[in-house]
Structure formats: C-alpha cells, structure tokens
Design a protein around this ligand. Sequence first.
Ligand SMILES: NC(=O)c1ccc[n+]([C@@H]2O[C@H](COP(=O)([O-])OP(=O)(O)OC[C@H]3O[C@@H](n4cnc5c(N)ncnc54)[C@H](O)[C@@H]3O)[C@@H](O)[C@H]2O)c1
Ligand SMILES: [Zn+2]
Length: 370
Amino acid sequence: LSGRPHRYRIEIGEGLLSGSGDWAASVLGEPAARAVLVSNPKVFGIYGKTVEQSLKAAGFRVVVWLMGDGERFKTWRTAEKLIAELNRERVGRNDIIVALGGGVVGDLAGFAAAIHLRGIRFLQIPTTLLAMIDSSVGGKTGVNSPSGKNLIGAFHQPSGVLVDIAVLETLDEREIVAGACEAVKHGVLSGSELFERTRSALAAGWRERNGAATTVDLLAEQIAFKARIVMNDETESAGRTDPRSRKILNFGHTLAHSLEKATNYRHFRHGEAVGYGIMFAAELSKRLELLDSDSLNLINDVVRSLGRLPRADRIGPDLIIGNFAFDKKNIGSELHWILIRGIGDPVVFPGSKIPIVQIRDALNTVSRKT
Ligand SMILES: NC(=O)c1ccc[n+]([C@@H]2O[C@H](COP(=O)([O-])OP(=O)(O)OC[C@H]3O[C@@H](n4cnc5c(N)ncnc54)[C@H](O)[C@@H]3O)[C@@H](O)[C@H]2O)c1
Ligand SMILES: [Zn+2]
C-alpha cells in the first residue's frame, strides 16, 4: 500500500506465521527492539507460541498481553489496561506492538499504538477472514463506547500486515460467513469483476473447494481494492461524497451498526450485521429507483449463498431507526446513506431525501430474510 504519506507492505501467503519474526524485522528495517504481542486467549492458544518464538528467534524481546475475547472487550477500559501495561514495561519509541487476532484485537491494539507516546509503530497479523480483507488494512483503529461503535479512535497505519491464510482453518463457520459478507461488500462497490470472483469463490463450503492459490488470489484482490480506496482518501474527508471516497466503504454499515447496538453487540457478528446491511442498502436503492430488480436479486442471492445469518426479525424497527442517528456517517446533522445504482456504482445519498416510510418498508422486507 503506497500513498502520501504512508507506505507499508502487505504480505500474503500460506504458512507464513513461523517466519513472522524475520518478516517483522525486515519490515521495521532496523535492529530489533521489544515486541508487545497483543492477542486473546483463544487465538494465542492456537498460534501465539509460533509467533512468539519466531519473534524471539529474530531478536525481539517479547511481552505477551492478552485481552478478553469478543466485541464487548473492545472498550476504552481495555485500551487503558493495555496502555498501563505499556507504561509498566516502559515501552518506548523503538518498540512495537504486534496485533495477532481478528478485528477486535487489531482495532484495540492499533488504537493503543496510536495514542501511547503519541504513536508507536505496530504490525498487524490478522487471523480472521474479516480482519484479513478489511480491518487490518487502512489504519482505522478504535474502541466502542456507550454512544456507539468505533466512536473513539484514531487513524494510525500499521508498519506492515502479514496475512497467513493457513489460520483460516481453525476459524468457526460463523466467522467465515461474517468475513465473506465484507468481501461481498467490496465486490458490490468495486464492480462486476471482483463481485463475480468473490461470489464464485466464497459460496458456502469454499474452504473445502478452493485451493490455497485461489484463496490467496482472491484475498489479494480484496485487499488491493480496499487499499486503493484508502490511499485516495486516507482520513475519510468529511466533505467528500464522490464514489471513490473512503465513505463508500461504509456501504451496509448504517444498518449493521444499528443492529449490533440494538442487540448489545451480542447477537450478530459484525460481518453478519453487514450482510443484512448490504441487502438493506440494496433494497432501499431499489425502492428509490436507483437500482434495478435483477441487480437487487443478484445481491440478495449472493449474500444468502454465503451461509446462514442470525435472525433479525425480532428487533423493533423503532429501536433500529433510532440508532441510525448515532451513526458516524452523519455529516453535520444529516445522515448520509451509501446506496448503489448498480454493481460497482455506489452513490452517497442524503438521508433527508429518503422518505421514512421507504426506510421502514425496506427494513421490514430485509429483516425477514434470515
Ligand atoms: N478498522 C477497520 O477498518 C475495521 C473494519 C471492519 C471491521 N472492524 C472491526 O472488526 C471487529 C470484528 O472483527 P472480527 O470479525 O475479526 O471479530 P473478532 O476479532 O471478535 O474475532 C472473531 C472470533 O474469532 C476468534 N478467532 C480469531 N482468529 C481465529 C482463528 N484463526 N481461529 C480460530 N478462532 C479465531 C476470535 O477469538 C473471536 O472469538 C469489529 O469490532 C469491527 O468494528 C474494523
Ligand atoms: Zn465492517
């Protein structure tokens, strides 16, 4: 990923974890310092020792710090505990944080790296499909707060990202579906080429069907798409509403964040909520006569082909709609929706131009698509 002012390497392949120490040393390009390896008990239990030993073999002194597993631990409180540990260990500017885990670990570790001593370097080793194609790339870090998801955070680009697809083998099917939803989001935004490739590669059961080369290629393209958008608008400029602005990556996320908040971040995996969000944004686009029904059906079919999503039909529509107001895509007082005119044709649409009845009807249609 190269851009002004940040440039870093994203390495992707199979079986890379055992070389993560040498990779870290080469990415940092200077004598090894201390590495604070941030993970959670589950991921560390499976992959932690491999990474820890590899870092040590490459000359790093390693401090391991584990956080609780799950979205509910992506909080200011957890970040504060990590910062306290960094202070206790006197972690300085030559030291690094290595995030080993999914988006929760990556967002929190990256946030701590962003604010400790006004920013120290960090490396991402994403271990979920979602983190590989989405959260580990682009430099958005942060934590949740009572007002909503990711409302506290910082832009802080990693110094490198290491994607080892071998770790997907131990990932639960639900997590795979969640990551696949974000991949479909990229496909819808990018255009028919990536959309088709994503759809044929990720339909249910793909781990058994696809060889490593297919998976590496798809993930590389997915990451390249996100990187292209981010490069062009690294800090998501508030004023930009063009179809290549970073804002478009929020496609499906206004509903997703609202569903997650309405269920206290316990019922949906983030990516699963994005699955509903994609179908909702497409449905709304159709109702506003931006999108034709063939494209709507195609998008719905692809999301549903990924696997089962948890039910959404028991959550009150007023609660969901009430939460929209908290969403970050508010510019000034106005909510902006990312809608589509077709595959590969996103548009930033002012909320004031959407009758509330359309939102209610679209919600009603989509929440029943379990
Ligand atoms: N920063 C960004 O740009 C960005 C983008 C998208 C999402 N996010 C954030 O990412 C978070 C979601 O990330 P996620 O979906 O990766 O969830 P997660 O980090 O909670 O991981 C999901 C589960 O999988 C387990 N796990 C991780 N890797 C594993 C492996 N290889 N084998 C077995 N189990 C494994 C984890 O312990 C966890 O229980 C949300 O907080 C979301 O806001 C951030
Ligand atoms: Zn997302």
